[in-house]
Design a protein around this ligand. Structure first.
Ligand code: WT7
Length: 692
């Protein structure tokens, strides 16, 4: 185990300018590490010796350069991609301080490229045409398919030609509402190929949520499929889209074409509801188009996609990512955080409906010419061993998932894991929420046979790619810590006043400076972008997360500090759930808080005040749940509805969530000062109703 300590101790002088990375000095100098060896998990010597970044020194050398000379560091990497025309003199420009005018971030401006070309054509040209790009594993064991890079190129070109033919042009939005079929990454790439801006909506969102997104980005086309099987259930996606399109039309937005993929294992054509003139079967039209298609060359700063995410108000935010910086960043983070080798078979269990599926199912891996597993089903269907069955079937080497899945499989028992070989596994990854040390250790010891480093990647929809992450092979790990910043990223921890705190500390996590994968705006609302992210702590990007840094410089994410909760790695705004609840005719008021949940990380706990005279009933509880499912999606349904004759409010009418959180988590001796409440007696009433 002393391999790294030796490395670390032999490091006598820090590179010049390392003052800028002072938070790393402790760990680089090694004193601190030695004292805490028990908490550290070292990569094996064999792993490190073959790793892209084999030591803390190598990391520090690269990191230091990335901070001192971001333009040089990132242009060297960007040059490995295909550009029709090189970017201008200025590699990046940015104003990240609201006090100096509007926030504006640009990377590789003037560079002309295409990310689809770089993901697919470039790899085919490099001789990877016959390499498997996608392995598809269906919901039912035994249903599978593969696409080589050449076949992927053909499929993408046909769809791109079809989209062009029906009038989709550069800059037009296309909404994609598909489950994890290969057609989902194909559709994303086809949009990118022609310069259209995709907006993938997770196929677990309800008709109303889908409509809300359609109304916001006004696509000409919606791409969907008729139905999908997820676990034992069949979900009729086309009906959801139909309802969403009726709803959008009411808001003045009509969609010309609904391109529908037939998913015969879930539903036959004949049973699919159909609107002649608008609805088109993918398989009737797309395969007729030529399998080559010129790409639309775009500026690095042209938009690539929109992805809606939750914030602290009821309205979802359309996070906008552009092309060049995102391309360079997702490719580089993928490569280093998973220590990518061309022989890897990579599986990320996330759905392309979330950012993880954008950056680390589709773009990041394909930009590296990787082989990716796309899984349609539920990870515990037909039994809790499914993941390891898939790992063995495809000889998966890098497995990237969410803590919620780790915890749920851990509960199902080790025997479902240990009866599979898993010896292909090399690197494990975790994302979406902090991974608790006991889940970390189970993942490491049982799943990875104490052999595979875990990359606990901290990042956000907004950041485009990993921000704080281990580089397996470089660092000894601490279970539950996301460790150190990725190249080019300068995390800072600030106090309430926005003052940076050094050394061992905890506070609000912000980022100084920009990185190529950063989002550029919120679609149609640059002001909200500035207000939400850049005004709370002027001079920095504010992440919304709390974080502490230990004496060795390791980062420990502590969860959201705003009104966003994280349920099974899905980000949900408490305000969204509240607004769904109060739309119920019998609900007068609602306040939603997160509570600790054994498997999901956080659960949704809703305090609900009914309209005067309406009695509490089980039926009403169900009806409120259904309202949330219908308005947002099943994943946002509250775990608990707590009847509330009144809510604890200040005299000015502000709900005191701090108190609600304590009641929800039954920490009644920690209620704190309730004397500032307009009516302190509501607290006792709430406590009395806790188990009703
Ligand atoms: C929020 C972002 C980014 C992909 C999935 C979620 C939390 C994410 C970690 C991690 C601790 C994490 C944060 C963040 N989060 N990864 N490794 N450790 N927290 O994307 O929906 O944009 O949510 O997820 O709270 O702010 P997202």
């Amino acid at each position: 185990t002393s391999n790294h300590l030796r490395h670390v101790e032999s490091m006598s002088t820090l590179p010049s300018g390392a003052g800028k990375v002072s938070h790393l000095n402790a760990v680089i100098l090694g004193e601190a590490l030695a004292s805490e060896e028990n908490d550290l998990v070292f990569p094996s010597e064999q792993f490190s010796s073959q790793a892209l970044v084999p030591s803390p020194q190598k990391y520090l050398e690269m990191y230091t350069r990335s901070i001192q000379d971001p333009a040089g560091f990132w242009s060297d990497i960007a040059s490995q991609f295909c550009w029709k025309q090189k970017w201008g003199e200025k590699v990046h420009s940015e104003n990240l301080d609201v006090r100096n005018g509007n926030i504006k971030i640009e990377w590789f401006k003037g560079g002309i490229t295409n990310i689809c070309y770089n993901c697919v054509d470039r790899n085919v040209e490099a001789g990877l045409g016959d390499k498997i790009a996608l392995y598809w594993e269906g919901n039912e064991p035994g249903f599978d398919d593969t696409l080589t890079y050449s076949q992927l190129l053909h499929g993408v070109c046909q769809l791109a030609n079809y989209l062009k033919d029906i009038g989709v042009k550069k800059g037009d939005a296309v909404v994609i509402y598909l489950p994890m079929l290969m057609e989902l990454p194909i559709a994303m790439l086809a949009c990118a190929r022609i310069g259209a801006v995709h907006s993938v909506v997770f196929a677990g969102f309800s008709a109303e949520s889908l409509a809300q997104r359609i109304v916001d980005c006004k696509p000409k086309v919606v791409i969907t499929c008729n139905a999908v099987k997820r676990g034992p259930k069949i979900i009729n996606l086309k009906d959801i889209v139909d309802a969403a399109l009726i709803e959008s039309a009411k808001n003045g937005i009509s969609v010309d074409v609904c391109l529908t993929y037939e998913n015969p294992s879930a539903m036959k054509r004949e049973s699919t509801n159909w609107q002649e003139g608008r609805d088109v079967w993918w398989l009737d039209v797309v395969p007729k188009y030529p399998s080559t298609c010129e790409v639309e060359w775009v500026d690095a700063e042209d938009p690539l996609f929109l992805l809606y995410t939750s914030g602290s108000t009821g309205k979802p935010k359309g996070v906008l990512h552009t092309t060049g910086g995102y391309m360079v960043y997702t490719a580089t983070t993928f490569k280093y955080a998973f220590d990518y080798k061309p022989s890897d078979v990579y599986w990320c269990t996330a759905d392309c409906g979330w950012i993880t599926g954008h950056s680390y199912v589709t773009y990041g891996p394909l930009l590296n010419g990787a082989t990716v597993v796309v899984f349609e089903g539920a990870p515990n269907y037909p039994d809790p061993g499914r993941c390891w069955d898939i790992v063995d079937k495809y000889k998966v080497t890098v497995f990237y998932t969410a803590p919620t899945l780790v915890r749920s499989l851990m509960r199902d028992g080790d025997e479902h894991v240990t009866c599979y070989s898993r010896k292909s596994l090399r690197v494990l990854g975790s994302v979406g929420e902090p991974i608790n040390p006991s889940a970390w250790r189970w993942f490491f010891n049982v799943v990875g046979d104490s052999r595979c480093p875990i990359s606990d990647t901290w990042w956000q929809t907004e950041t485009g790619g990993f921000m704080i992450t281990p580089l397996p092979g470089a660092w000894p790990q601490k279970p539950g810590s996301a460790t150190f910043p990725f190249f080019g990223v300068q995390p800072v921890i600030v106090d309430e006043k926005g003052v940076e705190i050094e050394g061992e500390c905890s506070g609000y996590l912000c980022v100084k400076g920009s990185w190529p994968g950063a989002f550029r705006t919120l679609y149609g609302d640059h002001e909200r972008y500035e207000t939400t992210y850049f005004k709370p702590f002027p001079g920095y990007y504010f992440t919304g997360d709390g974080c502490s840094r230990d004496k060795d410089g390791y980062h420990w994410l502590t969860g959201r500090v705003d009104d966003v909760i994280n349920v099974s790695g899905h980000r949900i705004g408490t305000a969204e759930v509240e607004s769904a609840l109060v739309s119920h005719p019998q609900c007068a008021e609602a306040a939603v808080v997160g509570v600790e949940h054994e498997v999901k990380g956080q659960g949704i706990y809703a305090f609900v005040t009914l309209v005067e005279g309406v009695p509490y009933s089980e039926e009403l509880r169900k009806s409120l749940m259904l309202t949330v499912r219908k308005q947002i999606g099943a994943f946002a349904a509250p775990d608990k509805i707590h009847w509330a004759p009144g809510l604890p409010k200040t005299r000015s009418g502000k709900i005191m969530r701090r108190i609600l959180r304590k009641i929800a988590s039954k920490q009644l001796d920690e209620l704190g000062d309730t004397s500032t409440l307009a009516d302190p007696s509501v607290v006792d009433q709430l406590i009395a109703l806790a188990d009703c």
